[in-house]
Write a protein that binds this ligand. Structure first.
Ligand code: PLP
Length: 436
């Protein structure tokens, strides 16, 4: 077999670094080993790099590509829209159709607002909450990610940061240098899945807390499930205390079901943020939720801005994605669930077979694989005990074996991944585990 070569990607990365800050367009991408890959082409479940290597892709652009790369229905819709102009800065029917469709499929949505990225959707959701109840503090949780805006971006603290003392003192570490020192003053950082801590803080500071924001499943740190009753408790408490409950469904929206995680779990948050899979690779996001909250925009009370919000390409992409995912004869969600389960259970079996301690946490078409001596990973402390360096080495071996996975351990599955892909992927997993 020929050696795995990434010479052209290396050359391009060197060239890129001369002109593009960091050599990549989003900081996270620089973590890829042996080098951030440069892409030539992508279709369905496959991606081809400039060195001619083909990979089965489970990065899926960090989550959006629920229909895989270049799905024909999406391409047709976007091509068609582009013939009529790309963005107008004026209103068009695609916006109405999309907004209407979203109110039909998202249980909590009376109305929606459209933006360009998940980060912007979260910014808007926080603003709507603060304007609604006139309070300013926001409760968020360790290990969750809500985009990179100054007002919410925190680093993922090391395990020793995650102590009761810090819980009380509310130490919120900034995510990056350059972030305004005051930007996190209004953030209260709590451990997730700890109903007692949540109740204590919400009751004590109810007159200051505007909103609680939470990923419904802790996808960004271990794909951790909410404990039974935890999110329901959050819902009941926030309702009782006049606090807005925001579920950040930027990952889970359209991925774990057409109605997102809140649809799947039967929850009714006040607001959800959506993005990623909504546009299947084209930039679009949104906030959906209760009429009273969203109508603050109608009343001119809350400003919601964005030059390219609701542009024709983005609404066409989102409508095509939702229409495709809604096709009953395709049973896409059953297929996504099956593929995710086949991969996750196959990997668990291989870990056991080769006596490599590890855990795979899965919710349908998204799962987190980690090397750890913990029997189960159900909270952020346990997640922090994983061997991240070993996983990064594994991800590199997987590239050599023709499979593209995220260096963090989070895998996304698309409707285009076939049984053959699963079989080939599990072969690559075994090969990589043996070499590890
Ligand atoms: N919220 C969650 C849960 C996310 O995972 C992300 C991105 O990964 C964001 C918000 C930010 O979305 P974007 O990268 O589109 O700004």
């Amino acid at each position: 077999m020929n050696p795995y070569i990434t010479d052209k990607s290396s050359q391009k990365f060197n060239e890129s670094k001369q002109f593009l800050a960091g050599g990549v367009a989003s900081s996270l991408r620089a973590a890829m080993k042996p080098v951030p890959l440069f892409v030539e082409n992508a279709s369905g479940s496959r991606i081809i790099d400039v060195d001619g290597n083909t990979y089965i892709d489970y990065l899926l652009a960090y989550g959006p590509l629920i229909l895989g790369h270049a799905h024909p229905a999406l391409i047709a819709s976007v091509n068609d829209a582009s013939q009529r102009g790309i963005a107008y800065g004026l209103q068009h029917d695609g916006e109405i159709q999309l907004a209407k469709r979203l109110t039909q499929i998202l249980p909590c949505a009376d109305k929606v607002a459209l933006s360009g990225s998940g980060t912007e959707a979260v910014m808007l959701a926080l603003r709507l909450a603060r304007a609604y109840n006139g309070k300013r503090k926001i409760v968020r949780f360790h290990g969750h990610y809500h985009g990179w805006s100054d007002s919410i971006f925190t680093s993922f603290p090391s395990p020793d940061m995650h102590t009761l003392a810090n819980k009380a003192e509310n130490l919120t570490p900034p995510g990056t240098e350059g972030q305004s020192e005051n930007s996190l003053e209004d953030i209260i950082l709590l451990p997730w899945n700890d109903a007692e801590a949540l109740e204590l803080v919400l009751r004590q500071q109810q007159h200051e807390i505007a909103a609680v924001i939470s990923e419904p499943v802790m996808c960004n740190s271990g794909c951790l499930m909410p404990k039974p009753g935890y999110l329901e408790h959050m819902r009941a408490l926030t309702q009782e205390l006049g606090i807005v409950m925001i579920l950040d469904e930027v990952i889970t929206g359209f991925r774990v079901g057409l109605g997102g995680a809140h649809g799947r779990f039967g929850l009714m948050p006040d607001l959800v943020t959506i993005g990623k899979a909504m546009g299947c690779g084209i930039a679009i996001s949104g906030v959906a939720g209760s009429r009273e909250l969203l109508e603050q925009i109608d009343q001119g009370k809350v400003s919601h801005l964005g030059t390219l919000n609701g542009n024709g390409l983005a609404t066409a992409a989102a409508l095509a994605t939702i229409t495709e995912l809604s096709r009953e004869e395709e049973q896409y969600y059953i297929k996504l669930e099956q593929t995710g389960t086949d991969l996750a259970s196959g990997i668990r079996e291989l870990l056991a077979l080769h006596q490599i301690p590890g855990v795979v946490n899965q919710l349908g078409p998204v799962f987190h694989m980690m090397f750890t001596h913990e029997q189960q990973v159900e909270d952020f402390d346990a997640f922090n005990k994983r061997d991240a360096a070993q996983y990064s080495r594994f991800a590199e071996l997987m590239l050599e074996a023709g499979v593209l996975v995220r260096t963090s351990g989070l895998w996304y599955v698309s409707t285009e991944h076939s049984a053959v892909d699963v079989r080939d992927t599990l072969k690559a997993v075994e090969q990589s585990l043996i070499k590890l």
